[in-house]
Ligand binder design. Structure first.
Ligand code: ZN
Length: 240
């Protein structure tokens, strides 16, 4: 691993270009709103990629030079090519970290790596969201208080059809009465995956300092480590 963690923030980048309510909140796109505070962290270098670039901006060369990929998608999951999905999946299995945000729960890459429907309940109704930290010693919770007051957000409710998280870092409470497992850690192969719930496009969630802190913490947690590569297949005895 290089001295600096190399992050690529991937964004579908459609809402911001076609919905003036979203453009008012994220005039340069959500990828820029996520990338800028991340790049202020020492030891993290950031670039961005978007759906409508060639290969969705996710060439072999770029992925090979990415330690952690952050993913935001919503409207156009079906437009992401299966070739790129398999390319990203292979990189995760080989050690690249993946941070999946909000409606990325339905991204092809997340469903591919989870193996379940990843479906959930939802409602855009200005519910108040309060995130509770339920793994206070976890690196992704570093620097947070007991809760994160998000304020008005889209509601996501259980059941969230994902495999049981290896560590559950956050639970969301919504004023409409639902609960949601909103910070879920997984490993797949040599790679780490973190799903983080908030971030509906019509709310200024990615401007929230605690949300920015969680994303930065998740990048550090998900960064590859220089562990051994698995050796498979027929094996000679170690002790002749
Ligand atoms: Zn949403």
């Amino acid at each position: 691993m290089s001295a600096s963690i190399r992050v690529t923030v991937w964004n579908e980048y459609r809402h911001e270009r076609h919905d003036e309510r979203v453009a008012a909140i994220y005039p340069e796109g959500m990828h820029i709103a996520i990338a800028l505070p991340l790049s202020a962290n020492p030891g993290i270098t950031v670039r961005t990629a978007t759906l409508d670039e060639p290969e969705h901006g996710l060439s072999v060369e770029l992925l090979d030079a990415t330690d952690v990929l952050i993913w935001w998608g919503h409207l156009a999951h079906g437009e992401v090519s299966d070739t790129v999905v398999e390319r990203v999946a292979a990189r995760v299995l080989d050690g690249m970290g993946l941070v999946v945000l909000h409606s990325g729960h339905f991204a092809k890459i997340f469903k591919r790596l989870m193996g379940t429907s990843c479906d959930l309940k939802w409602r855009v109704g200005d519910d108040h969201e309060r995130i509770w930290v339920v793994a206070p010693g976890h690196p992704i919770a570093a620097g947070l208080g007991e809760t994160i007051e998000i304020g008005p957000e889209e509601m996501y409710g259980e059941l969230f059809d994902v495999p049981a998280p290896e560590t559950l870092v956050f639970i969301s409470w919504f004023s409409g009465g639902e609960l949601f497992r909103s910070g879920c850690c997984y490993t797949r192969g040599r790679g780490k995956i973190f799903y983080f719930r908030p971030g509906h496009e019509t709310y200024p969630t990615y401007h929230h300092p605690d949300v920015q802190r969680v994303i930065a913490n998740a990048v550090v947690w998900a960064a590859p480590v220089d562990g051994p590569r698995p050796q498979f297949g027929n094996a000679r005895p170690r002790n002749p």
